[in-house]
Design a protein around this ligand. Structure first.
Ligand code: GLP
Length: 277
């Protein structure tokens, strides 16, 4: 797990967007897993800027969103579909046929969840999954106690999550208690994961996820088992990390890797030149 600590939430968004854009440039038919919540907003603003000013091309990109509230239609301003459309999709050249957000209005829940999993497989799997984190350490809507092998399914939200989500609903009674969500197993099948967090309110969750034991009580801790996860946090969200010094040490020393490899290449070339006479 790579931990990148930056000063502000703005920088968190920029670093995440740079990683996503690099992946999209390398592979035009990139399969991108997307998250909702306030944290990814800056990442989306930056991706839109890269599209408008730098020509970042979404025409062959396929997206899969993590979750959706049960019972909310796509047109509801608090639905995750609406959120994604407002904050990213309508601003870029993505083909609407390539957008996948779980439906909140399903009739056959099991059938829908199985089909969603199959769609991810048919698309070739997720190349990069962007994640936020809940205060209780949940990823997507995998609340504490979710199996670390879980797949897409219906989940009952905790009281804490319902309270957190209430801030964006006009009527607190309207806040959904259930959601359709990718499972932890679905998330960690992605080839690369980028988890972002801002502010001291997320500090404990980030500590548990990065330095705590792997446990279903903090589903983000499952990312410790993933071979390519990058955690990008601001100073507030990093404030409880105990190995902070080591993460900074890695960052400072990493700069040398490039120099060392370049030196080795130059040495090898010199030797080959000698062989050629
Ligand atoms: C919800 C979403 C998560 C998100 C979390 C945190 O629970 N299902 O995907 O990470 O909210 O949201 P925020 O970024 O607003 O703190």
């Amino acid at each position: 797990m790579e931990v990148i600590i930056v000063k502000t939430g703005e920088q968190v968004g920029k670093v995440a967007a740079d990683i996503i854009a690099t992946g999209m440039l390398r592979k035009p038919d990139f399969v991108l897993g997307l998250a909702t919540g306030s944290t990814p907003l800056k990442t989306y603003t930056e991706l839109v800027r890269k599209h408008k000013e730098g020509g970042l091309d979404f025409s062959k990109t396929t997206t899969f969103n993590l979750d959706e509230y049960l019972g909310l239609p796509m047109t509801h301003p608090q639905s995750y579909y609406y959120f994604m459309w407002e904050n990213l999709f309508k601003h870029v050249n993505i083909n609407p046929e390539n957008i996948h957000v779980p439906s909140g209005q399903i009739l056959d829940c099991e059938g829908f969840c199985e089909a969603y999993e199959n769609e991810i497989v048919d698309a070739g799997g997720i190349d990069l999954q962007l994640l936020g984190i809940g205060r209780d350490g949940h990823i997507a809507f995998n609340e504490p106690g979710s199996s670390l092998y879980s797949r897409t399914r219906l989940k009952t939200l905790t009281k804490e999550t319902v309270e957190d989500n209430a801030r964006v609903f006009d009527d607190p009674d309207e806040v959904p208690r259930f959601a359709v969500t990718m499972g932890v197993g679905t998330v960690i099948d992605a080839r690369r994961i980028v988890l972002i967090a801002n502010g001291t309110g997320k500090a404990q969750a980030i500590f548990d996820a990065v330095e705590g034991p792997v446990s279903s009580q903090c589903t983000a801790s499952a990312l410790q088992l993933h071979p390519k996860t990058t955690v990008i946090v601001d100073e507030g969200a990093a404030s409880k990390l105990e190995r902070r010094e080591y993460y900074d040490w890695i960052r400072d020393n990493k700069r040398q890797i490039h120099d060392i490899i370049e030196k080795q290449i130059r040495k090898r070339l010199r030797l080959e030149h000698k062989d050629w006479g």
